[in-house]
Design a protein around this ligand. Structure first.
Ligand SMILES: *Cc1c(COP(=O)(O)O)cnc(C)c1O
Length: 379
């Protein structure tokens, strides 16, 4: 029917609603296995590691939101990223962004390198990947905007360069969610999500997704997921289905708050720098206007001293000091000791991340309460 994305958060376009009892909320099929009607027959489901109706319903929804052919749901974002790395073999080389989620960098440096895969780290917002491409380069892996420095990369341009060399483009789209950006439409081959963040939206469960519009990749990913088994449980799948229903209105409110806060923070004495792509002076502002439908609700700012960090984190009352992002609650994160503690200091410094940098996931509270809380914390 061609529904808008707000409606697709709530209704699947392909009609596989649970018809038997007219349940409006898709049931949680809390079963590990399925009985067969007879020899050589199947209900379509055999064993929940391979597929489960609740997970399948969620996967169809996420595939629809990302404009992909297939989405596979995992037990966390990292489980999804580990599975994507299973597409590569010893001797393969990847070009990845140097300012990624710290857990992705840790995975590449430890498990993937041990498995014989090598990496070149670049700044996709500035550097030309063409210059570091090698004979054995099999993929680019990037985030845009990046975590936490909010650098914006041109997905279409990266895809052109990668595809000219038969390499894949993998985009971690966690920060914007499919409501604001669809990398597959810009030429990416695989989209990664930490479903723990905006898709779930309530800081109550972990989840991850891989979405693709290529049949061959979907087959490989499904083979890995059924073989290794890091799939999302039926109950967690249901929590995600429930969270996604309000994705559009949560994102709208959160990014509206983020824009007001970014402008307000810029005027504060103890704040030295505010990085939010919605601000016109942000170097990625124009590019993001073209490739996304909004600027998201993540912002990063520097205060004037390390002491100030401690003061703010001790004083905040409405906003909470915690890792993670994308929930209804506003959270402040100190990347240096939390999300990015395993990334070498010199890499962080080169990206502009220091001991004075805070990252904020702006929630959907009333903007006046967020400002009042930061005002007393920054005093
Ligand atoms: C949180 C996060 C991840 C990891 O996801 P988990 O669900 O925590 O395993 C990956 N990428 C980005 C951008 C993230 O924010």
């Amino acid at each position: 029917m061609g529904l808008q994305i707000e409606s697709r958060c709530i209704h699947l376009e392909t009609d596989d609603k649970e018809k038997r009892f007219g349940a409006i909320s898709f049931p949680i099929y809390q079963t590990a296995t399925f009985a067969h009607p007879g020899l050589g027959q199947s209900t379509g489901y055999d064993y929940s590691r391979v597929q489960n109706p609740t997970r399948e319903h969620l996967e169809k929804k996420v595939a629809s939101l990302e404009c992909g052919k297939d989405a596979v749901a995992f037990s966390s974002g990292m489980a999804a990223i580990l599975t994507v790395m299973d597409l590569f073999r010893p001797g393969d080389h990847l070009v990845v962004d140097s300012d990624l989620y710290g857990g992705s960098t840790r995975l590449f440096h430890t498990i993937s390198e041990k498995n014989g895969i090598t990496f070149t780290f670049i700044d996709f917002s500035r550097d030309d990947p063409e210059e570091v491409i090698r004979e054995n380069t099999k993929a680019f892996f990037l985030e845009t905007p990046t975590n936490p420095m909010m650098k914006v990369a041109d997905i279409e341009k990266a895809a052109k360069i990668a595809h000219a060399h038969d390499a894949l483009v993998i985009v971690d789209n966690t920060f914007l969610s499919p409501y604001l950006q669809n990398p597959l439409k810009l030429g990416a081959d695989i989209v990664v999500h930490s479903g723990t963040k905006y898709l779930s939206g309530h800081n109550d469960t972990l989840a991850g997704f891989l979405v693709t519009d290529r049949e061959d990749l979907s087959e490989k990913i499904r083979f890995s997921s059924k073989t290794t088994g890091a799939n999302l449980s039926p109950f967690d799948s249901w929590l995600l289905l429930r969270g996604i229903q309000t994705l559009a209105i949560r994102m709208d409110r959160a990014q509206e708050n983020a824009m007001v806060l970014a402008k307000w923070l810029k005027e504060q004495n103890h704040v030295e720098r505010v990085i939010y792509p919605g601000l016109e002076e942000h170097p990625g502002h124009e590019l993001m206007k073209r490739q996304a439908r909004g600027f998201g609700a993540m912002l990063t700012f520097d205060v004037d001293s390390e002491e100030m960090i401690g003061k703010i984190l001790n004083r905040i009352q409405v906003i909470q000091y915690a890792e993670s992002l994308g929930g209804t609650e506003s959270l402040l994160t100190y990347p240096l000791t939390q999300t990015h503690s395993d990334v070498p200091r010199e890499v962080l410094a080169a990206n502009g991340l220091t001991e004075k940098t805070l990252r904020m996931s702006v929630g959907i509270e009333h903007i006046d309460d967020l400002i009042a809380d930061l005002e007393q914390a920054l005093a």
